[in-house]
Design a protein around this ligand. Structure first.
Ligand code: TYD
Length: 201
């Protein structure tokens, strides 16, 4: 395992605001002079590109096991090329999605979430903190609808309800659930307090 920055993960279904908060945290840390790196999964690498094709064209002809293996290969690259090098530079690493997404989204297809978590923890550094953003699924879908032309095959009500249920089931000392109600600013303030406390700023 790397020798050691900090690893913060932003998780949740689309429309909960996780990406906004991840970007806002990057801006905040930059502003106060803390070395920071932000990455997102799926990445823009070869596996990530394969995944994005499924997102736009649907899961036709792709088994759930194949889909799972693509997310894991994509993450192996991200860990090797981005996450470990940044942690070795003692940066605060912010991740927009990580292996909790795999456990939740591919778990919601019927695969075993605990096996997925274990398989990932064999090679992926365990985060210092995981923020799991939650909001009513209908509200998330309408937020997505207002900001995009169409929904991807990952964005159906029943499926996302199951995904969010799995996200809600995660527990541990490093996991914090964030209810995405209230203003972006008030949630940002809450996140900043937690980050400052953890990394002793
Ligand atoms: P998303 O964060 O929505 O990407 P973008 O910023 O391009 O909108 O991620 C794309 C989708 O991939 C999202 O619906 C969740 C899904 N996903 C998985 O199913 N498993 C995973 O392991 C990851 C990282 C994402």
């Amino acid at each position: 395992m790397p020798g050691r920055g900090w690893l913060f993960v932003f998780e949740g279904i689309d429309g909960t605001g996780k990406s906004t908060h991840c970007k806002n945290m990057e801006a905040h840390l930059n502003k106060i002079g803390v070395p920071v790196a932000r990455f997102r999964e799926p990445t823009d690498g070869i596996w990530g590109q394969k995944i994005r094709k499924v997102l736009t064209h649907g899961r036709v002809g792709v088994t759930r096991e194949e889909e799972l293996s693509w997310f894991i290969e994509d993450r192996r690259e991200d860990v090797r090329n981005n996450i470990i090098p940044a942690l070795n530079l003692n940066k605060v690493v912010l991740l927009d999605r990580y292996y909790y997404s795999t456990a939740a989204y591919q778990g919601a297809l019927g695969l075993d979430k605990d096996i997925i978590l274990r398989e990932n923890e064999n090679f992926a550094p365990i985060p210092d903190r995981v923020y799991i953003f939650t909001a009513p699924v209908e509200e998330c879908l309408s937020r997505i609808e207002n900001s995009r032309e169409s929904r991807s095959s990952f964005e159906k009500l029943e499926y996302l309800t199951q995904v969010q249920k799995i996200f809600n089931s995660f527990a541990g000392n490093n996991i914090k659930k964030i209810k995405s109600i209230g203003t972006i600013d008030s949630i940002h303030t809450q996140l900043c307090e937690d980050v400052h406390q953890l990394i002793e700023l």
